[in-house]
Design a protein around this ligand. Structure first.
Ligand code: LLP
Length: 420
């Protein structure tokens, strides 16, 4: 049976649990996640490898709410951490250092000081300078360190420019030629062990071609290294598989994985991928309440809701589209709404020109496919608290992150300190 969010008797349910009941008990805005959908999606990707050696390293940046991280741990996932904060959360959730790859374009000196002695599966370096800094720390603490080199393959992911990362003009990775020189230097540096080549060409990629090209590129580099006597442990192909935000057809995990496996199989190396959105995206919704309705133009009304760019930044930041559905659709002819948040910015539009069943003040709306890069990107702008988050699991639900309070926010603002 399909898992996640469906209309049942004209009401949105999450794996059989009434979303209105959750909103009634916890208030809005509230993120609701389906544990079953997370598990199904993880397994779908995992099983698509059909026995080919691999490991999924869930990209924590998509959603690192603790209960979600633990759900992934229980599935046997590894993680991709992009900061020492994410590494800390992963460690507290029970991930071993060998389950963690540390990625990211700007790892500070303090972060590397913490990370190098941990003995992670790999630190994925993004520049010559970073590799030097890692080596210096390894020398100081007197232990070898496993590194991967992230190569910028100059491949166009054809995603939104803000989340395309594989072109030369982007800040990510080491250009291919420089990477060859850099990797060539590693065998002469006794504390550095080159375990993988890494690429990540972008996120929300909706065609297979750039993902396949990136995998072929990495396979070719691994082949070259082998001819020069360097044997890798694995190749790291990053994340990036998109989801169908419009509800239409999409590249399936099976097509995606078989393209990767076909490209890498000749090398015999095992594959690491770092999926974020493709596991969490469709497993979460943001529930908001209609606060106000007012005329907009001859055709449409504004529906002001109690969630906006502070809870879900994607529409304002990328012009991203998320389907929006009433939790209990009313009967009557559809009307056109501009669905806007409460924040004092004109960019705070959650959905433009939407045809919806008629709305009334106090109705609940579900903003779909917000499990990834939703709560993780929330802010306190306008002193708006982080929303409550609920996990539905096996027909029951529980709060996994309570709503933030003003006390929580002010607790960080120290009073009575002596001026310096
Ligand atoms: N690995 C690396 C090195 C990454 O930078 C990312 C995402 C991932 C894996 C996971 O990619 P995914 O499978 O989720 O596509 N905030 C944006 C997305 C930014 C993605 C950043 N990097 C959004 O809301 O669309």
């Amino acid at each position: 049976m399909a898992t996640g969010f469906f209309l049942h008797h004209n009401e949105l349910v999450c794996d059989g649990v009434s979303v209105s009941e959750i909103a009634g008990a916890e208030g809005t805005p509230v993120y609701v996640y389906s544990a079953a959908a997370i598990r199904d999606r993880y397994r779908e990707i995992d099983l698509a490898f059909a026995g080919y050696p691999h490991r999924l390293h869930y990209a924590l940046k998509a959603n690192s709410t603790f209960a979600i991280v633990k759900t992934l741990r229980d599935l046997g996932s590894g993680v991709d951490a992009n900061s020492i904060g994410e590494i800390d959360v992963a460690r507290r959730a029970g991930f071993a250092p060998s389950d963690i790859v540390f990625t990211g374009v700007g790892k500070s000196a303090a972060e590397l000081e913490c990370a190098v002695p941990l003995g992670l599966k790999a630190i994925n370096v993004e520049s010559t300078g970073e590799l030097d800094r890692v080596e210096a720390i390894a020398a100081r603490v007197g232990r070898p360190v496993r590194v991967a080199v992230r190569i910028n393959p100059d491949i166009d992911a054809k995603s939104h420019p803000h989340i395309s990362t594989g072109l030369k003009i982007n800040k990510f990775g080491v250009p291919a030629d420089a990477a060859r020189d850099l990797m060539g230097s590693i065998p002469t540096r006794p504390l550095l062990q080159l375990v993988a080549v890494h690429v990540h060409v972008g996120s929300q990629i909706t065609s297979i071609a750039p993902l396949r090209s990136a995998a072929s590129f990495v396979a070719a580099v691994a082949g070259e290294l082998k001819r020069r006597g360097t044997l890798l442990d694995y190749v790291d192909l990053g994340g990036g598989l998109g989801i169908p935000y419009d509800g239409g057809p999409a590249v399936s995990p099976r097509e995606y994985v078989s393209a990767l496996v076909d490209a890498v199989r000749p090398t015999g190396l095992s594959i690491v991928i770092e999926p974020g959105r493709s596991i969490l995206g469709q497993a979460g919704v943001l529930i908001a309440r209609v606060i106000d309705l007012k005329p907009r133009n001859a055709l449409s009304e504004f529906a002001v809701i109690d969630a906006g760019m502070t809870e879900l930044m994607r529409p304002a930041l990328y012009g991203a589209f998320h389907r929006i559905d009433p939790v209990r659709p009313r009967s009557g002819a559809a009307r056109q709404y501009e669905i806007v948040g409460p924040v004092c910015e004109s960019s705070d539009v959650v959905g433009r020109d939407r045809e919806l069943a008629p709305l009334a003040v106090d109705d609940l709306l579900a903003i779909l496919d917000t499990g990834a890069y939703g709560s993780a990107m929330a802010s306190n702008y306008n002193r708006r608290p982080f929303p409550v988050e609920v996990l539905v699991d096996e027909g029951r639900w529980r709060v996994v992150r309570r709503r933030q309070t003003v006390d929580d926010m002010l607790a960080m603002e120290v009073e009575g300190q002596v001026d310096r």
